[in-house]
Write a protein that binds this ligand. Structure first.
Ligand SMILES: Cc1cc2nc3c(=O)[nH]c(=O)nc-3n(C[C@H](O)[C@H](O)[C@H](O)COP(=O)(O)OP(=O)(O)OC[C@H]3O[C@@H](n4cnc5c(N)ncnc54)[C@H](O)[C@@H]3O)c2cc1C
Ligand code: SF4
Length: 559
C-alpha cells in the first residue's frame, strides 16, 4: 500500500460530506476528504459585481457555455469554473429519454455553492408513504428517529421560517422569518380563508440572525455567486471549514474518486483510488471506513466502477437494486401566474432583494382528507412582487426612461414541485463505451416520468388557478410542462435505497451497505422515496445520524 492512512475516507465535500467530516474530526477521528473540485475561497465570490464587468455581460450564454451546455442553466458567467465541463465529463441517455444532469459542481462545497436553500423537514407521511397508499416501500426509519438530527442541523445551518403547525411539514428550530411582500400576504390570506391551504414563508438556509460569526443576510440577492458575509449555508465555509480547523481533516482537492479499493479476503473496503484532475495520475488513500457523499449519481457511479470478482454487478449490489429507483422532483411542471393590478408596484434597481420566496406545503392526499386520482402530492415554490424594469418598452429619451420604470401590476407565479414515484425502470448503469477525460467509465441514465407524475402536473395547474382566484387575481395564466426533463429538479435520489431487507435494498437505516460493512453512502442515494419537499435538510440530518452510528461501530471495534 502506497497512499496515506486515515481513520475514515470521505468522498465529497458538499451538503452530506461536509457534515460527515465535521462530526468525525471534531470527535478526534482522522479524516481524508477527497473532492473532485478545486478549493473554494471568498475571493471567488462575485455576488456584488454588476454584470457589465463580465466579457459577455452574463448574456451571451451560447458563447461562454460552449463547454458546459448542460450546466449552463445553473451558473453565472462568473461561476462557470465551479461546474463540470460537460464535454470532458459526459454521460449518456436513451434516445427519446432526455435527462439533464444539472449541478455537477466541481468546487469545495459542491452543490451548496449554488443551491436555492429551501429547507423542509419530511414527516411520517413521507417516511411511511407506502403504508399510507400501498405504493413502494416504507423507509426503515421514522420521523422520531430523525427529529433530533433535524434540530441539530437547523440550529447550526440557520434556517429562517414560520411555525405553521402542519403535520405534513413539521416545524423546526427556526430563525425569525423574513417578511412577506404585499401580494404574498394577499394570497396567503385569501387561500387560507377560502380554501384552507397554507402559504408560508420559504424556509431558507439564509441567516436573519448571526450564527458562529456568520452575519445575517443583507439582501443583496444573487446567493448562487457566493456570499462574502457567509449568510447562507455553504458547506465550504461552514462544516468543511470547521472540520479542517480541527487539524484532523485533510482536504484533498481536484481528486476524482474512481473506485473503492477492496480487500476481498476480508470483504472490507481499504480506501479509495482517485485520479488527480490536474495531472491525471492515479493515487490511493486508505481508511478503516469509506463514506461516499459525492451526490447520489456520482456515488453510485463509484460503486459500479468498483465491481470485482465478488461483486461483478457493482460493489454492495448483491441485491441487484443498485442504480434502480432513480427519482427527481417534477420541477416547475405546472402552476399559474396571477396578476394583481389592484396592487401596483414600482420596479427598483439595486434595491433590497430578498432571496428565496414562499412555499405552499402539500395539501393533497393527507391522512383523513379527500383522496386524489393520483398518489402523493406536490408543493409550490415561488416569489411574488418583484417587478423588473420594462427594458423592452417602446420609445426614446426621457419618455423611454420613464416608461421602463412605470408601475406594474404585482404578480405571483406558483411553480409546482411534485413527488416522483420510485420505479424500477428508472435506472442508471455504466455506459459500456464511454469514459470521461480521466479514463473513468461514465453513466448511462434511463429515466422518464410516469402517469402519476403527469397527473400531478395537471393538478398543479388546476390548484394554482384556484389559489389565484381565491386571492383575487385579475388575470390568471395556468401552465403545464408535460415534457419537463427529469434532472432539472436537481434532486436526484434513491439509487442505493435504504431498507430492512438486504434482498430489496442496498443500505440499512444508517446508510451502511448491507454487503460491505465499512462502506457507507450518506448522500441522497439512500432515499427510499422522495417526498415533494426539497431533500437537502433531510440529506444532512441523515448524514449526521449515520455518522454517529459509524463512530459507535468504530468504538465497538466492529469497523
Ligand atoms: C441550482 C441548485 C438549486 C438547488 N436548490 C435546492 C433547494 O432549494 N433545496 C434543496 O434542498 N436542495 C437544493 N438543491 C440540491 C442540493 O444542492 C443538493 O441536494 C445537495 O447539495 C446534495 O448534497 P450532496 O452532499 O449529496 O452533494 P453535493 O452537495 O453536490 O456535493 C458533492 C461533492 O462531491 C464531489 N464529487 C462528485 N463526484 C466526485 C468524485 N467522483 N470524486 C470526488 N468528489 C466528487 C463534488 O465536487 C461535490 O463537492 C439545489 C441544487 C442546485 C444545483
Ligand atoms: S442575499 Fe444574503 S445570503 Fe444571499 S448573497 Fe446576499 S447577503 Fe448573502
Amino acid at each position: 500500500m502506497s497512499g496515506e492512512q486515515y481513520d475514515v475516507v470521505v468522498v465529497g465535500s458538499g451538503a452530506s460530506g461536509g457534515w460527515v467530516c465535521k462530526r468525525l474530526s471534531e470527535a478526534g477521528i482522522k479524516v481524508a476528504l477527497v473532492d473532485a473540485g478545486r478549493r473554494q475561497s471568498d475571493s471567488n465570490f462575485t455576488e456584488h459585481e454588476p454584470d457589465f464587468k463580465y466579457k459577455y455581460r452574463n448574456r451571451a450564454w451560447n458563447l461562454y457555455t460552449k463547454s458546459r451546455p448542460i450546466q449552463a442553466g445553473s451558473c453565472h458567467e462568473s461561476t462557470l469554473s465551479w461546474v463540470a465541463n460537460d464535454l470532458e465529463e459526459p454521460y449518456t441517455t436513451d434516445p427519446g429519454m432526455p435527462f439533464r444532469w444539472v449541478g455537477r459542481v466541481r468546487i469545495t462545497g459542491g452543490r451548496t455553492n449554488l443551491w436555492g436553500r429551501h429547507s423542509y423537514r419530511f414527516s411520517d407521511l413521507d417516511f411511511k408513504a407506502a403504508s399510507h397508499d400501498g405504493y413502494g416501500e416504507d423507509w426503515p426509519l421514522s420521523y422520531k428517529d430523525v427529529e433530533p438530527y433535524y434540530d441539530l442541523v437547523e440550529e447550526y445551518v440557520g434556517v429562517e421560517g414560520l411555525a405553521e403547525g402542519l403535520p405534513q411539514l413539521p416545524d423546526g428550530k427556526f430563525q425569525p422569518a423574513m417578511n412577506f411582500t404585499c401580494v404574498e400576504t394577499l394570497v396567503r390570506n385569501g387561500m387560507k380563508e377560502k380554501l384552507g391551504w397554507t402559504l408560508t414563508q420559504g424556509r431558507l438556509a439564509n441567516l436573519t440572525r448571526s450564527v458562529n460569526g456568520r452575519a445575517p443576510c443583507h439582501y443583496c440577492g444573487p446567493c448562487s455567486r457566493g456570499c462574502v458575509t457567509h449568510s447562507y449555508f455553504n458547506s465550504a465555509f461552514t462544516t468543511v471549514a470547521d472540520a479542517v480547523a480541527t487539524g484532523r481533516c485533510t482536504l484533498i482537492p481536484d481528486a476524482m474518486a474512481y473506485k473503492v479499493l477492496m480487500d476481498s479476503g476480508s470483504n472490507r473496503a481499504q480506501g479509495v483510488l482517485y485520479i488527480d484532475r490536474n495531472t491525471h495520475e492515479p493515487h490511493e488513500v486508505y481508511g478503516r471506513a469509506v463514506v461516499l457523499c459525492a451526490q447520489s449519481l456520482e456515488s453510485v457511479r463509484i460503486l459500479f466502477n468498483s465491481a470485482d470478482a465478488q461483486y461483478p454487478n457493482g460493489l454492495a449490489n448483491s441485491s441487484g437494486v443498485l442504480g434502480h429507483y432513480l427519482m427527481d422532483h417534477v420541477w416547475m411542471g405546472g402552476g399559474a401566474l396571477g396578476e394583481f393590478p389592484q396592487l401596483p408596484a414600482k420596479p427598483q434597481i439595486n434595491g433590497p432583494n430578498r432571496p428565496g420566496g414562499i412555499y405552499v406545503p402539500r395539501f393533497q392526499n393527507l391522512p383523513g382528507g379527500a383522496k386524489s386520482k393520483y398518489l402523493r402530492g406536490f408543493g409550490f415554490q415561488t416569489w411574488g412582487d418583484d417587478p423588473e424594469p420594462s427594458y423592452k418598452a417602446a420609445g426614446f429619451g426621457e419618455a423611454f426612461k420613464k416608461k421602463i420604470m412605470d408601475e406594474q401590476p404585482s404578480r405571483m407565479l406558483l411553480r409546482g414541485f411534485g413527488e416522483c414515484l420510485p420505479a424500477w425502470n428508472n435506472y442508471i448503469e455504466l455506459d459500456p463505451e464511454g469514459k470521461d477525460v480521466y479514463g473513468i467509465p461514465v453513466l448511462r441514465i434511463h429515466m422518464k416520468y410516469g402517469e402519476n407524475e403527469h397527473a400531478l402536473i395537471d393538478a398543479m395547474a388546476d390548484t394554482a388557478t384556484k389559489m389565484m382566484e381565491a386571492a383575487g387575481a385579475k388575470t390568471i395564466k395556468p401552465y403545464t410542462v408535460h415534457d419537463r426533463e427529469p434532472g432539472l429538479g436537481i434532486h436526484e435520489v434513491g439509487i442505493a435505497r435504504m431498507g430492512t431487507d438486504p434482498k430489496k435494498s442496498v443500505l440499512n437505516q444508517f446508510q451502511q451497505s448491507h454487503d460491505v460493512k465499512n462502506v457507507f453512502v450518506m448522500d441522497g442515494a439512500g432515499f427510499t422515496s422522495t417526498a415533494c419537499q426539497n431533500p437537502t435538510l433531510t440529506i444532512m440530518a441523515l448524514a449526521v445520524r449515520s455518522t454517529d452510528y459509524l463512530m459507535g461501530e468504530m468504538k465497538r471495534g466492529d469497523i
